[in-house]
Design a protein. Structure first.
Length: 737
């Protein structure tokens, strides 16, 4: 990289400090910069240097801004900590030490995170990186026209990429911090004093509308619906439209849309945060008035993505030949609609288990995956503390050289359906009043089984979906008899995602044959069970999503695994299943049969019809078919409250481990209920000689379940509050250190 481009990379960061007073950059004298416009022109008239500038604008998407990954490093002062894959569904247990008084303490334990015990100066890397990226992209947008070495279409596509990434940074800020200051499109006069530059926060609606508008402009400038392998991380038209759809759905959701007045929430949920979050001039930053048309606007945006005809759910063909790497599919039961039809109308010719598993574990290449809308690519290599490799390494058992600390809650295990679409016995019963039936928390009072598969069941192949060694029948029989009935007869996504007690970890890439096809149990005293160390699953339930059968970890002297042995996986930042489910959610929130006039991304008038049955099915059925599950009943579709609960459950299952649940609970205002429920798991203090007792579900007292209103949004740092006199703090957090 040339001296000039390095100079201007640093320049963009420096200028952003002086012209915004909204980011925490080091003070620098910027008077000496931009005194020679010819130097700036030389950067953007050179294609290589322009490419490097754009790449640098992209670079701030990594670190604490990745969508999917592990809990990350310790954080420290504004450190790159990204724990948002973890909530009431999934936890991490390798940072159990208490929250420390020191700002450099290892404060990033799951309990500290889940209780809101983080300080105003912590976890702030996202704010800094986003505003740095915003200004890098802004400079690019307003100077790339100088480049005559590129064709007009190339210039416009590059401008669209920069516009996308700038708007995406605003989206990451909005999701985490709530409404934020929107900087002038071309920057501000860097010679002004900080007080003259102080920018108040825009409202949530203004921020969301700005992002959506910029994504529309980006979609018009971008030239690609798909990118080849060398450019797969560059945004496409679909990526811009999909981000717009997501942002507008958030803006329509209860937290930002005064929707408590619509009667969808329990009595203990309040709109106190919305009432408290206002600028110094009294401007309400979250709406207190419900506007149903926002759901129609979001539905139309989702439909724009669907109607592109570019995306589809990823599927694998039906597989009836077992190998170690490809077990026979989890065959769905007979169904009146889907069993005898080929994809996309049914599951006859697809393998639901492999379709879902291979979507995440590295089999589906990003350029050949019709479901992938946007990705940061293979982020794990070189980003071990945050990336998917770290997630896999912390999920793999100790006996496989993993850290054995990332697990699932009993709530998450219960949420998965049985393979016929029914609920598992004992679903949610531990935190329900006996006999209670609610729309949002159905559950049942049936007894949970604590027994294990019998020899007769194994010999009769009663539960073929319980995966074991497919090429060695005698070994498979003994392995299956170690599997609890709680985990038999479940839907395909369960087996692709859950590292249950008795599951097989293949690690076929391991050169040691004795370490392959390993059945793992989590009984106390065993290699992978509780042994009075940090490396055990607090609930006795593990995670297998993103794990590939070839994955294995080479032992290291420290006892950890080597990331270099993990099958390469690509981050699913936005995928089509998410958009489909959002489409159904938006339509369901509208008044039955009412017509709403909206504008599509081409500027044409379109009509969105409230609770249109066929359109809601258009969003739901592909996800259910690919999962090997029957469609919802006519009665479930007909009841708005029931369907809302069904869609929320579908999102919890389908998007588990993808950084969605934490933010979904907040936008729905469900967090005060769901995050205050006691976390349950198995009785991990029982040994293998008491395996029935091990399977008893009990409270997990060393995992916290707490939510307070201040946890809707992350705090803004003291540093930024001091720099910007018009910047207000989020409710519940302090202004001064």
């Amino acid at each position: 990289m040339s001296t000039n481009i390095i100079k201007y990379f640093f320049l963009a960061c420096s200028v952003c400090c002086c012209i915004t007073a909204a980011v925490s950059c080091t003070d620098l004298d910027s008077d000496k910069y931009f005194d020679d416009r010819k130097t700036l022109e030389s950067v953007f008239t050179d294609k290589i240097q322009a490419d490097q500038w754009l790449a640098h604008a992209y670079s701030f998407l990594n670190g604490s801004n990745i969508e999917v990954g592990s809990k990350g490093g310790t954080g420290g002062i504004g450190g790159a900590w990204n724990p948002f894959n973890f909530d009431d569904d999934m936890y991490y247990g390798d940072r159990d030490n208490s929250f420390g008084d020191s700002k450099d303490a290892d404060w990033a334990s799951y309990n500290s995170f889940h209780e809101g015990n983080y300080a105003e100066e912590q976890g702030q890397d996202c704010w800094v990186r986003c505003y740095q990226g915003i200004y890098q992209a802004s400079i690019f947008i307003h100077n790339i026209y100088r480049n005559t070495a590129m064709s007009p279409d190339e210039v416009e596509d590059y401008r669209g990429q920069a516009r996308f990434v700038r708007a995406y940074y605003y989206w990451l800020l909005l999701r985490k911090f709530g409404p934020v200051p929107i900087m002038a499109d071309e920057g501000a006069d860097y010679t002004l004093e900080y007080d003259e530059l102080a920018t108040p926060r825009a409202t949530y609606e203004e921020t969301a509308t700005y992002i959506a508008s910029e994504m529309m402009k980006a979609a018009g400038e971008l030239k690609a619906y798909k990118r080849d392998g060398a450019n797969v991380m560059r945004p496409t038209i679909g990526a811009a439209l999909a981000t717009r759809a997501i942002v507008l759905t958030y803006a329509a959701s209860p937290l930002a849309n005064g929707q408590l007045q619509n009667g969808h929430h329990p009595a203990n949920v309040t709109d106190d945060v919305a009432r408290q979050l206002k600028n110094f001039d009294g401007t309400q930053l979250l709406s207190l008035t419900y506007d149903e048309t926002k759901w129609a606007r979001a539905a139309a945006a989702c439909k724009d993505v669907i109607d592109l005809g570019v995306y589809d759910l990823y599927t694998e063909p039906y597989n009836d030949v077992a190998t170690d790497d490809r077990p026979i599919t989890v065959v769905p039961p007979e169904d009146a609609e889907f069993s005898n039809q080929n994809w996309p109308n049914g599951w006859l010719n697809i393998d639901p288990y492999l379709s879902y598993r291979n979507l995440f574990n590295g089999v589906a290449s990003p350029e050949g995956n019709p479901e992938l809308i946007f990705t940061r690519g293979n982020i794990e290599m070189g980003d071990h503390d945050n990336g998917i490799a770290s997630l896999v390494g912390h999920s793999m058992p100790t006996s496989l050289n993993g850290w054995n600390t990332h697990g699932l809650t009993q709530k998450m295990a219960d949420t998965y359906y049985m393979k016929d679409g029914s609920d598992v016995d004992g679903m949610y019963r531990e935190w329900r009043t006996p006999g209670e039936t609610t729309v949002d928390n159905p559950g049942n009072d049936r007894d949970r089984p604590t027994t294990f598969l019998t020899r007769q069941e194994v010999q009769g192949d009663v539960y073929p979906e319980v995966l074991a060694n497919p090429t060695n029948r005698s070994t498979a029989m003994s392995q299956r008899m170690n599997v609890p009935h709680q985990y038999a007869g479940r839907e395909p996504r369960f087996y692709a995602s859950v590292g249950y007690n008795g599951t097989i970890w293949e690690q076929l890439g391991n050169p040691s044959n004795s370490e392959q096809m390993k059945q793992v149990t989590y009984y106390r005293g065993g290699t992978d069970g509780y042994r009075n160390s940090f490396a055990y699953l607090r609930t006795g339930i593990g995670v297998k999503k993103y794990y590939h059968p070839q994955d294995y970890f080479a032992a290291q002297p420290s006892g950890g695994g080597s990331y270099g042995m993990v099958q390469v996986k690509f981050e699913p930042a936005i995928r089509y299943a998410d958009i489909l489910l959002l489409y159904a959610e938006c339509l369901n929130e509208l008044t039955q049969g009412q017509a709403y006039q909206q504008t599509d991304w081409h500027g044409q008038q379109v009509t969105v019809t409230g609770r249109d049955l066929q359109e809601m099915k258009r969003g739901i059925r592909p996800v259910r078919i690919r999962a090997g599950l029957p469609d919802y009943t006519a009665q479930e579709y007909a009841d708005q409250d029931v369907l809302r609960a069904k869609i929320k459950r579908e999102r919890m299952i389908e998007l588990m481990g993808e950084g969605k649940r934490y933010f979904d609970l907040r936008r729905w205002m469900d967090a005060p209920v769901e995050e205050n429920k006691r976390i349950y798991g198995l009785n991990v203090f029982m040994t293998s000689s008491n395996r029935a007792e091990f399977m008893q579900v009990i409270p997990v007292y060393n995992l916290s379940a707490t939510f307070t209103d201040k946890m809707y949004f992350w705090p803004i740092s003291f540093t930024d509050l001091k720099r910007n006199k018009n910047l207000v703090q989020n409710p519940g957090w302090k202004y001064n250190d």
